[in-house]
Ligand binder design. Sequence first.
Ligand SMILES: *Cc1c(COP(=O)(O)O)cnc(C)c1O
Length: 458
Amino acid sequence: MPYRTIIEPFRIHSVQAIDFPTREGREAALERAGYNLFGLHGDEVIIDLLTDSGTGAMSAEQWAGMMVGDESYAGSRSYFRFRDVIEDLTGLAEIIPTHQGRAAEKILFATVLSAGDVVPNNTHFDTTRANVEYQQAEARDLVIPEGRDPASEHPFKGNMDIAALVDTIEEVGRARVPLVMVTVTNNSGGGQPVSLANLRAVREVCDRYEIKFFLDACRFAENAWFIKQREDGYADKTPRQIAREMFSLVDGCTMSAKKDGLSNIGGFLAMNDPALAQQCRNLLILTEGFPTYGGLAGYDLEAIAQGLVEVLQEEYLEYRIRSTAYLADKVSNAGVPIVRPPGGHAVYLDAKSFLAHIPPHEYPAQALAVELYREGGVRGVEIGSVMFGTPQPDGTERPAEMELVRLAVPRRTYTQSHIDYVGEVVIAVAERADGLGGYRITEQAPWLRHFTARFEPV
Ligand SMILES: *Cc1c(COP(=O)(O)O)cnc(C)c1O
């Protein structure tokens, strides 16, 4: 029935009220927060599209699972359920729970990287990049050229540039490349999928040079859905079969359960190599907790295990990807430039073409994000030169390649009318884009500055 509306595949069972701050209230909040939307309080935001991370609604089955969570310090029943679900999904042998994705990254990189190493990835997510750099290694982004072009309609814009991967390994030597990562979907590159053909090609390169291959698997289910829709030969496979094939190609993965784990907290590190897993667990005990809970409560492990089952349901994935495309179509049809085609979890507004009169060092995407909040209480996030600009020795900054505002859609949280409202706010700002000005940074931290930087209008 393709002519029917794709409806939310759930009924609402419990609701949370939205606050409606006034325009003056929003202006005061912006000043207090130094024009950094991370500094806003939740009740100052009307529709919160800051992130799809940990912001989704859990199902009745997940809440029910939380009631039977086993809080045993060691050997919790909930851990074994968690482990079995992940083993079954990924085929990986060693499953290490962590409190978030970045904890999995920290443990993996602290274990395998040395100063001067290079980690190729399609595009490093911000915490991934920071954790690589914290080990004094280099995080190198090697997405295909189409992935850097907001207008390109390539079906798998998250793909790794295989020739560039080989060149990197040849240039720095395989001894300095302890692992290759691929992020599915490619979050910082616009939520774009990676094809199975590309994952297979990365596997071949890693085999040739005997390098480990890890997935940053945060949105593996959304990636599997895109493969089902777009890659030859996969239309009749289930999302679960496709996900298993993706995981069958890698030596391990890092995962944030706050995305496709459909949970509010949690993550894991998984791999096949038992010796490496042992080293990781030693560090886990130091920083996260005992290996059967890894910084999580027993009830969190239950919620994640159930979430990983639900996220692969076809009705869920069809609704999920459609609801993102719905927002994209709405703003795109009104002439607002966005990253094409829309990604899985978010719509990315292209501030570089939208606000061409604001130069990169005045952060056009930050200006747009601030304006969406001011106009309608909608909170998105800058993914541009605030997040990825690189300071140069002469005190200037190399701008990011793209200046995007990400509107990330929390899972199972907002209805179609909420999304209609967001579209209206974007369009209202677009109509007065020429009058917007840039920002300058007045305070910043040495890394991940976008979380805490303060700004003022230029
Ligand atoms: C969210 C995310 C992470 C980090 O996970 P946290 O749970 O936020 O620590 C890493 N990689 C990608 C692609 C992500 O989206």
